[in-house]
Each structure stands twice: as C-alpha cells, then as structure tokens.
Design a protein around this ligand. Structure first.
Ligand code: ADP
Ligand code: MG
Length: 268
C-alpha cells in the first residue's frame, strides 16, 4: 500500500503473546480518537480480545475480519461502531485460527486485507485517519496480510529479560515483506510496555533495547498498571475506565509522540 499522508495503517505486531499488542491497539486507538482522529481497529487475532475488551459480543455483528479477508463479506459490512467516539472496529472470530489454510489456496493470498481496504477506490481507507491492526501472536499468513496492508509497524516490547528474543525473526519478516510485497513497509516505532519502575531489571531492559534499536524506540514507556489490566473486564479501554491512571496517561503521551514524530517526518 502506498504511503499516503492522509491515512496511516499501523500493524501492532510481535509474534510473542502477552506483550501488550491488544492493549496498545485499543488504548493508542482510543487516545488518537480522543484528539479527533477517525480510527478503525481491525482485530486479526482469533482470540478476539480487542472486541471483548471494548464490550463487544458476537451478537453485535454478523461479519468479522475473517469474512472480509476470505471474501465472504465486504469489509464495510464487517465494521461496527464502538463506545469510543470516533473509533470503529472490525471484530475477529475463532474462524481466524484456520485462516492460513483457507488463504493458502487463494490468489493474492498475502494481499487479501490490503485489497479489502482498497476496494471500491478505498471506501474504508478513506473513511479513517488511522487504521490499527491488532495482530495475532504469530508470523502467520494473517500477520503477513496485516504487514502488506500497512504503512508502518508498531512493535510492543515487554520490559522483561527476554524482551529482545524473537525480535530478529520479526525484523527479518518485515524485511522480506518489504522486499517482495510492500516496499513502503518499515517498523515505525517500538513501544516498551509493562515497565516497572521498582524493578532494576526493567530499567536495564530499557537501556539495552534503546542501545540496540536506537531512535525507533518511543520515549514514552507504558508502565505496568493494574487499571490497564482491569479495564477489559469492564468492556472499556483504560482511557474510559480510568482516564487519570498512569497507564492511560502513558497511552495519551504515546499518541502525542506518534503524531509529533509523524509530523516531524513529513516536515523533514
Ligand atoms: N501496562 C500494563 N500494565 C498491566 N497489565 C497490562 C499492561 N499491558 C497489558 N497488560 C495485561 O497483560 C496481558 C497481555 O496483554 P495484551 O495486550 O493482551 O497482549 P497481547 O495482545 O500481546 O497478547 C493482558 O491481561 C493485559 O491486560
Ligand atoms: Mg492480543
């Protein structure tokens, strides 16, 4: 997908589970919507945590990202509003866990999501400023579809001893997709999640990651914060559940840092 300054498609990806992908997709999306951006969240994880974390259940929709990708529904028919003003969602379903097999026999199997976003001259693409794709914890064909559809990737890294483990595999995959399927693709930013200021290890991990990855690591760190982990069980983003908690404030900072960096990149 060509880089267009008017809408950004960001894949939130890391093949490790539990690093904060869904939390980042939901709360960064909410923070961007709060400053007036039109946001679409596409859930590509069969677990469907982005939807449930927003209080959405299977009675609320007929079609999902799975149907849109395999062509059983048009993408606009798989999009519903959320309780966050300015943010819509394309929910996920369990079917996605078998999607790689479905996709394997299809033409343009890596482009299914990109094609769905661009269908009708970009009906969906043109409706949003930001499209955030919550990826599954794998480097599967579903994740490749997200990478092909994206203008950039945001990688959440958990502040733990093994933070960098697996990252070289992710970077290799991004390079391969860039070389063959989507020349515009880059890792746009790395966000450190679940930072614990009382833990020396967290501080050491931050230092190591910054040294290894340099300036693509956002200055904003997301602290480990119990309010963030409670919010999904109330069907709300942390930003609506407890706007003033440290976790919500960090996601608001992250959104403004992302906007500032994009602005600087365009100006440069
Ligand atoms: N900053 C945080 N502080 C506390 N808990 C968090 C934080 N970020 C995520 N979590 C919790 O950690 C778990 C994994 O996060 P999640 O976003 O679902 O990761 P992923 O999508 O990468 O699997 C969830 O239970 C989530 O609520
Ligand atoms: Mg997730």
């Amino acid at each position: 997908m060509t880089k267009n300054r008017e809408h950004r498609v960001l894949a939130i990806a890391n093949q490790k589970g539990g690093v904060g992908k869904t939390t980042t997709a939901v709360n960064l999306g909410t923070a961007l919507a709060a400053v007036g951006k039109k946001v679409l969240l596409i859930d590509l994880d069969a677990q469907g945590n982005a939807g449930t974390g927003l209080g959405i259940s299977s009675e609320d929709y007929d079609y999902t990202s799975y149907h849109a990708m395999i062509g059983e529904a048009a993408l606009p028919d798989a999009i519903i509003p959320t309780k966050v003003k300015g943010m819509d969602i394309c929910p996920a379903s369990q079917d996605l866990s078998g999607a790689d097999l479905d996709l394997s026999g299809m033409q343009r199997r890596a482009h299914r999501l990109a094609d769905a976003l661009c269908a009708g001259g970009g009906t969906v693409l043109n409706r949003y400023d930001y499209i955030m794709i919550d990826c599954p914890p794998s480097l599967s064909m579903v994740t490749i579809n997200a990478m092909v559809a994206s203008t950039g990737i945001i990688v959440p890294l958990q502040c733990e001893f093994y933070a960098l483990q697996g990252l070289s595999q992710l970077i290799k995959t991004v390079r391969r997709v860039k070389a063959t399927l989507n020349p515009d693709l880059d890792i746009q930013g790395v966000v450190l999640t679940m930072y614990d200021s009382r833990n020396n290890l967290s501080a050491q991990v931050v230092e190591d990651v910054r040294e290894y990855l340099g300036k693509i690591v956002y200055d904003t760190k997301i602290p480990r914060n119990v309010r963030i982990s409670e919010a999904p069980s109330h069907g709300k983003p942390a930003l609506l559940y407890d706007h003033s908690c440290a976790g919500s404030q960090a996601y608001i900072h992250l959104a403004s840092e992302l906007l500032r960096r994009e602005h600087d990149a365009i100006a440069a």
